[in-house]
Design a protein around this ligand. Sequence first.
Ligand code: NFS
Length: 632
Amino acid sequence: SCDFECLSCDAANYKLMEKARNEKIETVWDRAEAMQPQCGFGEMGLCCTNCAMGPCRIVKVSEDGPKKGICGADEDTIASRNLARSIAAGSSAHSDHGRDIAHALYHAAKNPESGYKVKNHKKLISLAKEWGIDTENQDIKDIAANVAKTALEEFGKPFGNLRFIQRAPEDRKKIWNKMNVTPRAIDRDIVEVLHSTHIGCDADYRNIMTTAIRAALSDGWGGSMIGTELSDILFGVPEPHEIEANLGVLKEDEVNLVIHGHEPTLSEAILIAVNDPELIELAKKQGAEGINLVGMCCTGNEIAMRHGIPMAGNFFQQELAIVTGAVDAMVVDVQCIMPALSQVAKCYHTKLITTSPKAKIPGAIHMQFNEEEAIESAKRIVKEAVMNFKNRQGNIFIPQEKSKGFVGYSNEAIINALDKVTNSTAHPSGTVKPLADAIKSGVLRGAVAIVGCNNHKVLHDKGHVELAKELIKNDVLVVTTGCGAYACIKAGLMSKEARGLCGKGLATVCELVNIPPVLHMGSCVDISRILLLLSELAKFMNVDIKDLPVAGAAPEWMSEKALSIGTYVVASGVYTMLGVAPQVTGSDNLTRFLTNDVKDIYGGYFDIESDPKEAAKKIISCIEEKRKILSI
Ligand code: NFS
């Protein structure tokens, strides 16, 4: 019924939404409806709870009512402090993820009990050389330990700047230095936001944003980049391969284990554990045909990209996965895990298993995952799932819907694919020249990254899918990460057949290079891959990132991580389209700063448009404007 079509554009969800309704299970959509109307002060960023004299709120909609907080903070101060704190939280989440990967790399090097092994020696040695770590006649484990330690020092080093900043184009570094936003140490830059937004500290919205931008850059060019690079070293660089996606990947006759959350340290260990012959045998003893591991949210992206594990669903499908009644365990670590899951799990046999001391949920079972003995703790968790198979109740429904698509487009994979079709004598292989040529010739008009979450303020998945379709129709290559990647693969946009939806130029490129028009580049921390690809492209074309005919879009974003991403992307020079307005509109100055003033400083700026067709128009006109300036 239209009932559900107005909430999601993914048909796999409709019957499950109905099942949830019949079984009196509340989902995110029900709670969103019950929340209406949402608080106008909060929506505009005008509620301050930074001290106990408050809460204070600024009345914007009428002449009457307070225009200043009790301490005297005005709308600009309050809105910018709130935004800065959100950015700091987002940067913290990505960066703490990066830190955990660095710890895992250290364990792989020094602690055989962990079960982790360094997979990509080439990338390890190249990073070691970049960081000036001795590699001649060194044991690979010592190199790995030194790289891990050096990465960990990036979080709190007392002097200097982040090492990865050196990867940016020269002009970009100059802008950052001039604006005093060059990140120094990840923890320090985040702490500085918290300090300076404390009551009675920074009241100048522009200065607050300077501090916030530095913390965001320490995410993109710091914590996230450490997360991606060290994950590639530890678990392998993703390569293209075909996989299945959507809730139809759950299996009636196998133990279904959904791995949900973010850090591949857990999902990689779970993947090893589900292939353990003893556990498979145990599953068979319970009457199951085997163990079916499927991924959800970004940890699902990580293992899909590296190992071809099916992608079960994105942020708004987490409750529905359990509503199938077929999930024997949902194993979670950190970030984007709705506390509501434990309520839903209670209505079925599903075990919700939390694993991180950073994220416990009342009603869930907590089974601590220890990196020091990763595989052993993963086996204990998988055993819990296996033993739960026999407790399934009668009310099982798995939707038929699933689609196929190609994932695994790391920068290395993209460059490789392009190399294969170009004359290798004409240019040295392993460069972005073919990509630059396709853009310069106009066969490709440009490229857009569609990233981010789901948000009830946009019809589920429609923001991502419609925008992607409009762009590829107009010869704009789309790359995607996070929950946007799920939306695209579920809609068939990562299949070879999707070429039929492209303009002539993009269709030709896809045909020649043998790629889909929408490329899956990974999880949200992997947006650092996109930064690096843009840097390489800019350097190759002898321009700055801000000059490239590219854009970013987050049509359904909701998390603080997404705010941090948007901010570092804009500060890296990229025009960024948001489908949902951030909670800043109560401050005219801050809104103007983000959507206009930053353009003159950083080259990138925010735009807000909830209609995907309109958003596509604006993005394409921005791309064409850049092409004109470049005379291409
Ligand atoms: Ni990104 Fe990944 Fe999804 Fe949004 Fe959450 S899973 S890190 S924050 S909801 S894209």
